[in-house]
Design a protein around this ligand. Structure first.
Ligand code: ADP
Ligand code: GLC
Length: 482
């Protein structure tokens, strides 16, 4: 089976969140199962810098006026040899700033064109007019940034691949002015409710959900949630109509996230040598300027600092937790108000709270390994990877029962403790009181070392590997082709 996997981020070349982790791992897991997967990605500066021996496969006129032509490059991922197709178009992608946001923190004003062009090339490679000799059976699109491809294929006259769209986060929809429709090669007739129109906008994600042969999302619970008004972000009606073509496939985690051979750590460990985890806690306390106290329960949080992630809930109960003797270590970037409140908290409680505002892959590993308890009180969470990293590192997570958090964390209730299935702490309502109560429940188990150890090792022995998910994606591709 030939699969063109289109994505706007891929670890370790460019990452803003979990989509990059998925794009870096899933194609490899699919290749292990025999699929010929190639990944199409924009040529951001960090992508081009990290790739060696690129080869020009094709050239296209620039999509933005009188500027240098765009080129399609072939390359392989360093270390894993995953085949990549890189769309090098300097006028669109060669900028200092994020893949989606300018340094001001605002969306790049020409995102419709930046990702529209990625979709046009994706659709070209998926059809009989492709300049390559390799032709995919299925094009796998991820989030709004590549969700226009199924619409472009629908309106193209060439024979073409089938399409699967994966929703990693329905809240990001890629909604733009309708003036972009002809500029991106779609007919005016596509701008209607049964098409790419979404409440008066031209929507990339709606296009994908409407025209894709199959839709997947990254957990079973989120697949059900997005068919309701509470989580559907206005797309629930369409998703209900398409429910027979919608599957929830829980993400796996990469082998790199393994405390037994993680080079970012002070001391490696597994469930049999959990004692070594203490050295990582001490090293983390030192690194972050926290009081080096082995007994103070250390709460860790690594996240985008946004409303989705329930950061405000943590801020609302942190004073009570500090009174209970806990410490807090936060690593993240995001909304200014949260960054600001966290910095203020550090000034008020030096040695007890640490907040690193920024993106730091190594520190993310050390926070997850060095903390005792991991906080992830998301209001919604399509899948979530960090809670799985935390369980794999013997750092039981406190999570809200939503999306992938509900599907991957087993609450430490009496029954689950008895049968050994408990891996963390789960609460229902997105409120600070509920969160505080649940963290306190976790703290009381933490103070019973034998039970705590059992909880840690049960999370560490869970199978979070990608193989199971990859098998389900192959099934989704097959059904798209049927
Ligand atoms: P989302 O994709 O919604 O942000 P996930 O839990 O799926 O949530 O994935 C988040 C990924 O981003 C994880 O790999 C996490 O470790 C990483 N991450 C988030 N914030 C940071 C940060 N500030 N520094 C380093 N890694 C981060
Ligand atoms: C999104 C979601 C997150 C998910 C990730 C990868 O960023 O917010 O829950 O784990 O995509 O699928």
């Amino acid at each position: 089976m030939h699969i063109l996997f289109v994505t706007s981020e891929i670890y370790p070349l460019i990452k803003t969140g979990g989509l990059a982790d998925v794009s870096g791992s899933l194609p490899l897991a699919l290749r292990k199962l025999g699929a010929d997967v190639r990944v199409l990605i924009p040529g951001y500066p960090s992508v081009l810098e990290k790739l060696q021996h690129t080869k020009v496969l094709a050239e296209f006129p620039s999509p933005a006026g009188n500027t240098a032509p765009a080129r399609l490059l072939s390359a392989v991922m360093p270390d894993t040899a995953l085949p990549l197709l890189v769309l090098d178009c300097p006028v669109l992608y060669n900028r200092s700033g994020g893949p989606y946001l300018a340094p001001t923190g605002r969306d790049w004003p020409d995102n419709a064109q930046r990702f529209g062009f990625l979709n046009q090339i994706g659709a070209l490679l998926a059809g009989s007019a492709t300049p390559l000799s390799w032709r995919p059976d299925v094009v796998h699109c991820n989030d709004w940034q590549s969700a226009l491809i199924p619409a472009l294929l629908h309106y193209s006259h060439a024979a073409h691949a089938r399409s699967v769209v994966s929703v990693h986060n329905l809240a990001f929809q890629g909604n733009f002015d309708a003036q972009w429709i002809p500029r991106l090669g779609l007919p005016a007739a596509s701008y209607q409710m049964h098409g790419v129109e979404f409440y008066g906008h031209f929507s990339f994600l709606k296009a994908g959900l409407y025209y894709a042969d199959k839709i997947t999302t990254v957990s079973r619970t989120y697949a059900a949630e997005i068919q309701t008004p509470e989580f559907g972000c206005g797309m629930e009606g369409l998703l209900q109509e398409r429910h027979a073509d919608l599957a929830g496939i829980v993400n796996g985690i990469d082998d790199d996230w393994n405390p037994a051979r993680d080079s970012h750590l002070q001391k490696t460990y597994d469930y049999r040598t959990l004692g070594n985890k203490a050295a990582n806690k001490l090293a983390l306390q030192q690194e972050l300027g926290l009081e080096p106290d082995a007994d103070a329960p250390l709460l860790g949080l690594v996240s985008r600092l946004t409303h989705q992630k329930g950061i405000d809930l943590v801020l609302d109960c942190v004073h009570d937790l500090l009174q209970d003797g806990a410490q807090l270590a936060v690593l993240g970037t995001g909304e200014t108000q949260f960054e600001h409140s966290l910095n203020q908290l550090v000034r008020r409680h030096p040695g007890r709270v640490s907040a690193t505002i920024g993106y730091d892959e190594g520190l993310a590993h050390r926070v997850i390994a060095g903390s005792d308890i991991f906080l992830m009180p998301s209001r919604f969470e399509p899948c979530g990877l960090s809670q799985m990293y935390a369980m794999a590192y013997g750092t039981p997570p406190v999570v809200r029962r939503t999306g992938g958090l509900a599907d991957t964390v087993t609450d430490c209730n009496a029954a689950a403790l008895r049968d050994g299935s408990a891996t963390g702490f789960v609460f229902e309502q997105a409120g600070a009181t509920e969160l505080l109560g649940t963290i306190r429940r976790a703290l009381s188990v933490y103070r019973t070392p034998e039970t705590w150890n059992a909880l840690q090792s049960s999370g560490m022995q869970r199978d979070f590997s990608w193989q199971h998910a990859a098998e389900q994606y192959l099934a989704a591709y097959r059904s798209a082709m049927a």
